[in-house]
Ligand binder design. Structure first.
Ligand SMILES: [Fe+2]
Ligand SMILES: [Fe+2]
Length: 368
């Protein structure tokens, strides 16, 4: 073994590798352990962003970046430090495949309609009175609501409320960028005019378990906005029973006409961790982005303690051990997104469960 190692580190090998590199060729004998590793070795790192930091920057940005000055959206994205070397712009990567940002829209502002091959979803963090126009329907959004705009659907935003409004945007930008499928188109009217009554699709689905007869055949997004009241009601119904050992009480946002995830490439969950909950550790090949909707606690990711409270975001990269602990004197609610559909579609999804809690080696500190 040592002999083999010494050979691959020898001048003979190095010189040859350097020689072929000049002609844009690569030596598989040296590259294979990293390119085809025995198990996932994500470049993304576990990380956490405090809401106070993000909010301060967004409020500063509101003075500088106005809709008249362009820029499509006033949004600041989470750049994973482990993926920042990707050119250009770190591929907007919070995880290997997913992008996440916080967007701020002010009363009276409009963000023009556009469509793209990336799929998007939104989780409303704070405020009320803003709406998304999705394929001709204005959907009004309040804190805790979930909104979905799968690929190719027109979407723009406006705000008729009186206070600043913040929401989380999630897209599969890094995945689409890597696979070369990017197309983008601006709407000819700027903000698309509404052609349907406001909140039409949400009203059609307010019963939850029944669908309009017209939706018997699967649609890409039969419902655009999912209300917090409905999500909360589903979680309340689960509380009579024991929580899942790894994820507490969890519901997944679905496309009611297919039963699959609301967004074909991105799974989205609302998770309730009851008082005193400390999950078992597990790991999986899908990566995850968490947003703390309510409560406080911590997650242990590969032996590092990530302390979180309302408004914070944190990343669980592929194949990292993790467990969640609720410290709130009541429930904590975590909204999360996962690239599970991508991993499942390519048969790459694997999970492993631990029968013990992790030892905490240190507490996370933001990188300087
Ligand atoms: Fe968009
Ligand atoms: Fe997990």
């Amino acid at each position: 073994m040592a002999e083999k190692q010494a050979f691959f580190e020898s001048e003979l090998v190095k010189d040859f590798n350097n020689k072929i590199e000049k002609d844009h060729l690569g030596p598989l004998w040296s590259a294979i352990p990293e390119l085809v590793s025995k198990e996932p070795k994500p470049l993304a790192v576990p990380y956490l962003w405090k809401w106070a930091t993000l909010k301060e920057y967004l409020l500063e940005a509101k003075e500088i970046f106005t809709p008249e000055r362009g820029g499509e959206r006033r949004a600041i994205y989470l750049q994973n430090p482990g993926l920042k070397e990707r050119e250009p712009w770190g591929w907007g990567a919070a995880t290997q495949n997913l992008y996440a940002a916080v967007q701020l829209i002010l009363p009276g502002e409009e963000a023009p309609s556009h469509r793209h091959t990336q799929s998007a979803l939104r989780f409303i963090m704070d405020g009320e009175g803003a709406y998304s126009v999705i394929n001709g329907e204005r959907m009004f959004m309040n804190e805790g609501d979930f909104v979905v705009t799968p690929q190719g659907m027109w979407h723009g935003h406006g705000h008729e409320g009186t206070e600043p409004m913040f929401w989380m945007d999630v897209l599969d930008i890094p995945f689409v960028y890597a696979t070369g499928g990017t197309f983008f188109e601006g709407h000819p009217d700027g903000l698309e005019k509404a052609t349907h009554p406001d909140n039409y699709s949400s009203k059609q689905y307010q019963g939850g378990l029944v669908r309009p007869k017209a939706d018997r055949q699967p649609k890409k997004a039969p419902v655009g906005a999912y209300t917090w009241a409905q999500t909360e009601s589903a979680l309340n119904g689960m509380m009579e029973y024991e929580p899942d050992a790894y994820d507490g009480y969890t519901v997944e946002f679905i496309n009611p006409s297919t039963g699959k995830t609301a967004n074909a490439n991105i799974a989205a969950w609302m998770q309730r961790l009851p008082k005193g909950f400390h999950s078992q550790a597990h790991r999986h090949t899908n990566s995850s982005i968490y947003y703390v909707h309510e409560g406080r606690g911590y997650s242990v990711i590969d032996g590092v303690k990530f302390e979180w409270e309302k408004g914070d975001f944190f990343i669980i990269p592929s194949w990292c051990w993790h467990e969640h602990v609720n410290l709130e004197d009541g429930h904590s609610h975590l909204f999360s997104v996962h690239d599970t559909p991508i991993m499942e579609n390519f048969s790459w999804q694997r999970e492993e469960e631990a029968d013990h809690k992790q030892a905490i080696k240190k507490t996370f500190q933001p990188y300087g």
